[in-house]
Design a protein around this ligand. Structure first.
Ligand code: KIV
Length: 272
């Protein structure tokens, strides 16, 4: 087999399904740029999500709603260039797939062509199933996203835990089944009761990835800026911080400023 026909990346949607079947947990984190994606990939992450959370942590918006297709393609391309191992999934931004499945397909094709990512992720269930099906028909792998769906923040008005009541929990369960039947390769469940997350993961054969949906599922995802502690203003219960990069960066910046002002930087060895 020539290089051109070999899988570029080691983790495929098929491999993720195998991991679920073997009970191997799936690790997933977000990245928005080349350097972060390169480190993540070298560390051995299974899936890199080019999340529209870039709207919050990179661009400083209060919601993900303003993110555009061009924004996502810019971030997706930078990440995909860095990655040899992980599966790269790009979020479809708000307004590019809801309500018009032909537009959804055109947006997904543009993402796949211009980023060289492996898959796209869409928020929602029955409301967007036509878009999901049309994208899948074109041979583009789709990941679902249910529970707290940040692109719908203006409808719900809160980022609190979703599907606590029976009716909403049943809708989520049925939506998950619908996405599986349509052919999605996995689903992210965000901020829902752990018992519901476990039930969905147990009853579906595709990988279920949690962000605040408990440990009884097939894998976990976090926003990298949050788990690295770069952003120290966001502290939901589901977040585990693995570093305090905010303080490390702050101190380094202060030291640099002091060194420049005092004339200590650059020294003789740091110049030509
Ligand atoms: O955009 C994002 O980072 C996400 C995660 C919260 C799953 O969708």
């Amino acid at each position: 087999m020539s290089v051109a026909t070999t899988n570029r990346r080691a983790v495929t949607t098929y491999r993720l399904k195998e991991m679920k079947m073997k009970g191997e947990k799936i690790s997933m984190l977000t990245a928005y740029d080349y350097t972060m994606a390169h480190i993540l990939d070298a560390a051995g992450i299974d899936v890199i999500l080019v999340g529209d959370s870039a709207a919050n942590v990179v661009a400083g918006y209060t919601t993900t709603v303003p993110m555009t297709l061009e924004n996502m393609i810019y971030h997706g391309r930078a990440v995909a260039r860095a990655v040899n191992h992980a599966l790269v999934v790009v979020d479809m931004p708000f307004g590019t797939y809801q309500g018009n499945s032909k537009m959804a397909l055109a947006s997904a094709i543009q993402i796949m062509k211009e980023t060289e990512a492996d898959a796209v992720k869409l928020e929602g269930g029955s409301e967007i199933i036509e878009s999901v099906e049309r994208i899948l028909c074109a041979g583009i792998p789709v990941m679902g996203h249910l529970g707290l769906t940040p692109q719908s923040i203006n409808k719900y008005g809160t980022y609190s835990v979703r599907a606590k009541e029976e009716e909403e929990a049943e809708k989520l369960y049925n939506d998950a089944k619908l996405l599986e039947q349509a052919g999605c390769f996995g689903i992210v469940l965000e901020k829902i009761p752990a018992v519901l997350g476990t039930r969905v993961a147990k009853d579906l054969s595709i990988p279920i990835i949690s962000i605040g949906a408990g440990g009884g599922v097939d894998g976990q995802v976090l926003v990298s800026y949050d788990m690295l502690g770069i952003n120290n203003e966001f502290s939901p219960r589901f977040l585990r911080r693995y570093a305090n990069l905010h303080d490390i960066m702050f101190e380094a910046f202060q030291q640099y400023i002091q060194d420049v002002k005092s004339g200590d930087f650059p020294n003789e060895k740091e110049q030509y």
